[in-house]
Design a protein around this ligand. Structure first.
Ligand code: ADP
Ligand code: ADP
Length: 226
């Protein structure tokens, strides 16, 4: 687990669009921080800069003890979950969950144990031998989250992970995400344009507008002082 600190972070895209403008934000160790705001306000860009998928144009980002500005994504000790869960179609759920650990040289016994734990937390135990094509959208998204969990990263970064699910599933997945966070307490940065999602999931919510921080506070205080 780790604190994530953004210090005066800018992003100017080729062509001159200033997507993020002097963003200062401290995400505490173990906190669930939601980035919210209208389409185009810079949420994804901010998240992708934390992930290292997008270079920063100015300022600095640290994760835990380390300034990560020049670190590749794989060296940042983070796990990402996107809206289009990229599972390996030819592998079973179990193999999908174990794959990253295998690449990292984790022993077979340890892999089995971590996969079991993640599957249990996410209610995937009955599906371990299925291929992704034989899962529902919600189940696939659980597998994508499982792959993030087994990595035991310092932070989870999620970009609209529930937006492809129907309304009913979104509600149940929100509850699962909250429970998961309660249990694991991994520092999380979560991007959504959905205010209800922001208010129900966030320990704090950061409201962005045109690349700038407008407000950052607990859901309760934002609700009281909109
Ligand atoms: P959000 O996630 O809040 O919808 P984005 O971070 O995707 O916002 O986009 C912020 C701004 O940056 C928008 O004006 C968008 O058009 C622009 N933008 C995003 N990605 C790129 C890119 N790869 N190249 C140029 N402009 C981009
Ligand atoms: P997998 O993610 O399929 O389990 P790896 O963990 O070996 O495979 O991923 C190799 C690298 O690819 C990671 O170190 C990381 O940089 C990037 N990567 C893959 N999946 C993720 C993810 N969910 N979140 C963040 N980075 C990822």
């Amino acid at each position: 687990m780790a604190e994530i600190v953004l210090d005066g972070v800018d992003k100017v895209y080729a062509g001159g669009v200033k997507a993020v403008d002097g963003l200062d934000l401290e995400i505490r160790d173990g906190e669930f921080m939601v980035l919210v705001g209208p389409s185009g306000c810079g949420k994804s860009t901010a998240l992708r800069m934390i992930a290292g998928l997008e270079e920063i144009s100015g300022g600095s980002i640290s994760i835990g003890e380390r300034v990560v500005n020049d670190l590749a994504p794989k060296d940042r000790d983070i796990a990402m979950v996107f809206q289009n869960y990229a599972l390996y179609p030819h592998m079973t759920v179990e193999q999908n969950l174990a794959f990253g650990l295998k690449l990292r040289g984790v022993s077979k016994e340890q892999r089995a144990q971590k996969v079991q734990e993640a599957a249990k937390m996410l209610g995937l135990e009955q599906f371990l031998s299925r291929k992704p094509a034989a899962l529902s959208g919600g189940q696939r998204q659980r597998v994508a989250m499982g792959r993030a969990i087994v990595r035991e990263p310092q932070a989870f970064l999620m970009d609209e992970p529930l937006s492809n699910l129907d309304a009913k599933l979104r509600v149940s997945m929100r509850a699962s995400l909250s429970q998961l966070h309660e249990r694991l307490k991994v520092t999380t940065v979560y991007v959504t344009h959905d205010q209800v999602e922001a208010m129900t999931l966030g320990d704090r919510v950061c409201v962005l507008r045109e690349g700038r921080l407008q407000q950052v506070d607990t859901p309760q205080r934002l609700f009281d002082n909109p």
